[in-house]
Design a protein around this ligand. Structure first.
Ligand code: SF4
Ligand code: SF4
Length: 501
């Protein structure tokens, strides 16, 4: 039941939870809010077109844009630009839903594992808007579809939350271990999985105990893979490498190699979708900046962050105290992966796994790189962050690509150890955005060239066809005129042969 051989993580950081930290694993359900903010953007930052207009009444579960469902029933009251929980702190088109307090949801029939087709199961996952709840927010149906091209794939259920302060998956397992294993087994059966692993940090003792009991009770074939709590063990590329030996480079998806790596809460959301439940909420940890106190809330997507934090403060006095500190702010994500949110009504989305509340540590002044290579020592994907930094800050994208900027998982380990306090990860995020734009521009240029070549070929063909048609017309005209001459000559001959009267 326990996987024995697990590769070590190259680099990474052992981030300790402070001694005496108290994590409340009870799931506190947030009451219904008056307003929900629903950004029209997906995990790839594609802008989505709304299916509804201002004034429309909607039911919970109604598809208001591709992949976006209403988290409750009510009326669409606004379409405005609003902040969304993203490090870019940009604004995107957002629908405001005023809840009617009835919380009426559309109903969907059950999907059965044996009777319904693979297509119907995928469609249901898509319809219920199941997205990756581990932090990346991938479209789950698409991710599964890719792995279905492989026979007997490997399943890695990811419950590794290697940053202190994030414990939503731990809380989920502690409260719903049997449902989690049922969901994992159902996924294994459907996809004919040959090797199923559930990865979790070895210090999550209560969750491991509950999982072990559930595995035994259900005679599941899943193996537990306990990992040492080193950050960033939960990142897909490092997890896949450690558990399967497959090295993912240049942003390759694990599915390409027949590995479905999927967050534990997402697996449960898939199973619930087959039972007709929409994926309209998630568990989210709210933690004090000193990481000593944490609560776990069930929050609907679209709930404003300030309401979420206020509710957390109402169930935990230490969070309330942190909220009232001088310079108190709220960050979305863990202490390494998080970013400070500037707008209180920024909504919770599928990617929001934690909120940190309290006074932000004062930023230390930045100095020049002293080439100590500490950043390279901790990099979990064996990059040379100091070289990458030189390339990205000089806007030299070719060199940045040579130093494998694509492989950077933006984990922030290099930032944490840099004695010069260089915000390396921000630079790498910027470099990746630049590369994305450059590649999009190059692709557009290639497509424009192909379009122009097609146009030229079509024009040349048209000119050739026209010349051919003209020649044909001239030939027909010449033949006609020759025929007229021949007829005239023949008539002349007939006339000349007639005896004169
Ligand atoms: S850790 Fe900082 S100072 Fe040291 S090599 Fe890396 S970037 Fe330079
Ligand atoms: S942010 Fe990128 S370069 Fe820095 S340690 Fe993480 S993976 Fe390596």
């Amino acid at each position: 039941m326990i996987k024995e051989s697990i590769q070590d993580l190259p680099g990474g950081l052992a981030l300790q939870t402070p001694s005496g930290a108290h994590i409340d694993s009870t799931l506190h359900a947030m009451p219904l809010q008056t307003h929900y903010y629903l950004p029209l953007v997906n995990y790839q930052r594609d802008v989505l077109q709304p299916n509804v207009s201002v004034g429309d009444k909607v039911m919970g579960g109604e598809l208001i844009a591709s992949g976006v469902i209403a988290p409750t029933s009510g009326t669409i009251t606004q379409l405005t630009h609003h902040t969304w929980p993203h490090p870019s702190l940009t604004k995107v088109k957002t629908l405001t839903l005023a809840a009617d307090g009835q919380d009426d949801f559309l109903t969907l029939p059950n999907i059965t594992l044996c009777d319904d087709s693979a297509e119907e199961k995928l469609q249901r996952i898509e319809r219920c808007s199941v997205h990756g709840l581990g932090g990346a927010g991938f479209n789950t149906a698409k991710k599964i579809q890719r792995v279905m091209e492989h026979n007997a794939p490997t399943l890695i259920v990811n419950a590794v939350e290697c940053e202190p302060g994030i414990n939503c998956d731990d809380a989920l397992i502690q409260n719903h271990s049997v449902a989690v294993i049922e969901a994992c087994d159902a996924l294994c059966k459907w996809l004919n999985v040959s090797n199923a692993l559930l990865a979790i940090e070895d210090d999550k003792t209560t969750a491991i105990e509950k999982l072990t009991q559930a595995l035994l009770a259900q005679q599941s074939t899943m193996q537990l893979a306990p990992l040492s709590a080193i950050y960033p063990s939960g990142a897909e590329s490092t997890l896949v490498q450690r558990l399967t030996g497959i090295q993912l480079t240049q942003g390759q998806p694990a599915a390409k190699f027949g590995v479905l790596c999927i967050n534990v809460a997402t697996v449960l959301a898939i199973h619930q979708a087959w039972k007709g439940l929409f994926s309209a909420q998630r568990i989210l940890s709210v933690t004090t900046q000193d990481l000593k106190h944490s609560v776990n809330l069930q929050v609907r997507f679209g709930t404003p962050i300030d309401s979420t934090v206020q509710f957390a403060a109402s169930v935990n006095p230490f969070i309330a105290k942190s909220l009232n500190e001088n310079r108190a702010s709220v960050s979305v994500g863990g202490p390494l992966s998080g970013f400070t949110q500037t707008n209180d009504s920024t909504p919770v989305m599928a990617t929001s796994n934690a909120l940190l509340v309290g006074a932000m540590p004062i930023k230390k002044p930045q100095s020049a790189c002293i080439r100590c290579t500490d950043c390279a020592t901790v990099c979990p994907v064996n990059l040379l962050p100091q070289e990458l930094y030189s390339a990205v800050s000089a806007q030299d994208t070719d060199t940045a690509q040579r130093y494998a900027l694509d492989n950077c998982i933006l984990c922030g380990c290099c930032d944490l150890v840099c004695p010069a306090n260089i915000p390396l990860t921000s630079w790498f995020q910027h470099g990746k955005d630049e590369l994305k734009h450059q590649r999009a521009a190059e692709q557009n240029a290639v497509m424009a060239k192909a379009r122009s070549e097609k146009h030229n070929t079509r024009e040349q063909q048209r000119a050739l066809d026209k010349a051919k048609a003209d020649a044909q017309r001239r030939k027909v005209a010449a033949q006609r005129s020759q025929s007229a001459i021949d007829i005239k000559a023949a008539l002349e001959r007939v006339k000349n042969k007639r005896p004169s009267s």
